[in-house]
Design a protein. Structure first.
Length: 207
């Protein structure tokens, strides 16, 4: 197994879990070092096994900030998010928060394996349209985290640069109260409470 790409999988629905385990075990260049790991234990699994790739279940993510936190704390591990028929907005959101790949749970097995290999080399992977013959989504349907709107993403970028509300309002040609509203929505969707928390989130893992 020398040189094999090591993989950790989070908790998935039974059909997906079995399919992933079988696909990974059949590829001699992949090694599953931990499987069915609860989301809250993923960080510990990364620290213990130092996997090249972690497969995350989009439907179990409480906020996009979860992906961001894992990426900040473990930048050498590639995060692959599997979602139920993800939209372009959902996938772009995951990539913007640190995922290397976002693919559909309906993707054919060989394409999932290819995505894992590509992600392990740092190559971004987005889904094709859902194709027949994949692992399916019979037990799926959980909505996943709330996404940021395009305008909220603009505000978030400026917040991360340390801009004041007034500076953000001027840059985006919107009112200060509108900036505050966007900021509140961003904090809620990221699962944080304040600008200070956002700064701490961005610094996580860098100390």
């Amino acid at each position: 197994m020398r040189g094999a790409v090591t993989v950790v999988t989070a908790e998935f629905e039974d059909l997906v879990k079995v399919g992933l385990s079988q696909l990974i075990s059949e590829d001699e260049n992949l090694k599953l070092v931990a499987s069915d790991v609860p989301l809250g234990q993923i960080g510990n699994a990364i620290e213990e096994h130092s996997p090249a790739v972690v497969l995350l279940n989009f439907g179990s993510l409480p906020t996009p900030g979860t992906v961001h936190q894992l990426h900040e704390r473990h930048p050498e591990t590639r995060l692959v998010v599997l979602a139920n028929r993800p939209t372009a907005a959902e996938c772009n959101q995951m990539l913007s928060f640190g995922a290397t790949a976002c693919i559909s749970k309906e993707t054919q097995g060989r394409d999932i394996i290819n995505a894992i290999h590509l992600a392990s080399r740092g190559m971004h992977v987005l889904p094709r349209s859902a194709s027949a013959g994949g692992m399916g989504d019979r037990q799926l349907g959980t909505p996943g985290p709330d996404l940021l709107t395009p305008r909220e993403a603009d505000v978030l970028e400026l917040l991360q640069e340390g801009r004041t509300n007034a500076e953000i309002a001027h840059r985006l040609s919107i009112g200060i109260e509108t900036v505050r509203t966007h900021a509140r929505n961003i904090y809620r969707k990221l699962g944080i409470a304040s600008r200070r928390d956002l700064a701490s989130l961005s610094r996580a893992g860098k100390a």
